[in-house]
Design a protein around this ligand. Structure first.
Ligand SMILES: [Fe+2]
Ligand SMILES: [Fe+2]
Length: 191
């Protein structure tokens, strides 16, 4: 079973469980172990959605553009928390504050994805496509263990949507490696 909407839900459940697991930890080494894996998965998951899921949603969904603008903005908020946490010693007060920022942003975002974007996509994408995209989603994650090789900087949501729309319909892949070439879109115009 590799329906992309199920794989996304599986990751969301991992996020919830790993954040919950950290509630029981105080030892910085144990916190670091859980946090490293969780932070990496949050990075790869967001990128995989931006590379594979949201472009397809834009080409098919009914409220897709607004859902995508919201989602990429949320991904930036999550990334900001992750990158802020990396600036502080694990277990310190500012580290906990940054982790909470990522957690809250992610919880709010998962609810929107699960209540809006995923239902919209299910209504407009047949099971065969969802399976094919699921295989690509999983392959993307396998190709980037620990978020290796990914540009995890913030991206401009509006520019992202414009680039994706320019490459639709039926003109992908735009890059030799099969990616949309959107991974390096830095947020423009604001810090
Ligand atoms: Fe997600
Ligand atoms: Fe997302």
């Amino acid at each position: 079973m590799s329906d992309i909407t199920q794989l996304i839900l599986d990751d969301h459940e991992r996020f919830r469980r790993q954040f919950a697991a950290m509630d029981d930890l105080t030892d910085p080494r144990q916190l670091q172990e859980v946090w490293r894996a969780l932070a990496d998965l949050l990075e790869v998951h967001a990128k995989a959605e931006e590379e594979i899921f949201y472009p397809e949603l834009i080409s098919r969904g009914s409220g897709a553009e607004d859902e995508t603008l919201d989602a990429v903005g949320d991904h930036n908020d999550i990334r900001d928390g992750l990158h802020e946490a990396a600036l502080h010693p694990v277990g310190s007060e500012p580290w906990h504050a940054a982790v909470r920022k990522a957690r809250v942003a992610n919880s709010n975002h998962m609810a929107e994805e699960e209540d809006d974007a995923l239902p919209d996509f299910r209504r407009h994408a047949d099971p065969g496509l969802r399976e094919e995209l699921g295989r690509r989603f999983q392959a993307f994650k396998d190709e980037h263990p620990g978020a290796a090789g990914l540009d995890v900087g913030d991206i401009d949501p509006q520019h992202y949507v414009e680039v994706v729309k320019q490459q639709l319909p039926g003109q992908r892949p735009a890059e030799p490696d099969g990616s949309l070439g959107i991974g390096g879109l830095r947020e423009r115009g604001s810090a």
